[in-house]
Design a binder for this molecule. Structure first.
Ligand code: URA
Length: 191
């Protein structure tokens, strides 16, 4: 079995029995993340919602449908990417995750990204952006390639925010269309 795949599976097993914060008590199941273990492109969201909590899979609800539609627009499929969240159990009523919950969960995503080593991390919404770059403001930085240590980070609005607000939707779609060019820029820098 591929080493990266196996290591990711081991983390998923740990997440399933995680009690580092109280969210395991109020959620139905964990959502570790899913996709290609060797993906160049990774999407990071905030936390599972109701549909994700039912299925154990990330972005399978309405926000996920909008994400899939925009992936189609750049001819990328969910099989090509890896997708996960900063929080692995659903916060009750989809409330914002607390600082303590983010801290308790952070080791999982850091380890997952260390294994996958993506070329580009697309953060969806403020919480995912601030996980990597705590001081960065989403409204000023969306659609711009940022770096932190050896990570390339491309912040865009969260698809759930895009569903609620026409301006955010416009920015989400435009920023999404730039993703192939951003990957190209990173590849040419690395060569
Ligand atoms: N919103 C998120 O941030 N993540 C999901 O997995 C689903 C909805």
């Amino acid at each position: 079995m591929n080493d990266k795949f196996k290591l990711l599976q081991e983390i998923e097993t740990e997440i399933k029995i995680c009690t580092k914060c109280p969210l395991y008590k109020t959620s139905n199941c964990s959502v570790a993340g899913e996709g290609f273990y060797d993906a160049e492109l990774v999407f990071i969201g905030e936390a599972p919602g109701a549909s994700e909590d039912k299925t154990g899979k990330p972005f399978v609800g309405l926000a996920g449908k909008l994400l899939n539609k925009n992936l189609d627009s750049i001819k990328i499929t969910r099989k090509d990417i890896w997708i996960g969240n900063i929080i692995k159990h659903r916060p009750p009523e989809n409330r914002n995750p607390s600082i303590q919950e983010i801290k308790a969960c952070e080791t999982y995503l850091k380890r997952q990204l260390d294994i996958i080593k993506p070329k580009l991390i697309v953060t969806l919404g403020k919480f995912a952006l601030n996980f990597f770059l705590p001081e960065t403001v989403l409204s000023e930085s969306h659609g711009k390639l940022l770096t932190k240590a050896d990570l390339n980070i491309y912040p865009i609005y969260h698809p759930a925010a895009a569903l609620r607000n026409g301006e955010f939707k416009k920015a989400f779609v435009q920023d999404f269309l730039q993703i192939p060019a951003i990957i190209e820029t990173i590849s040419s820098k690395n060569n």
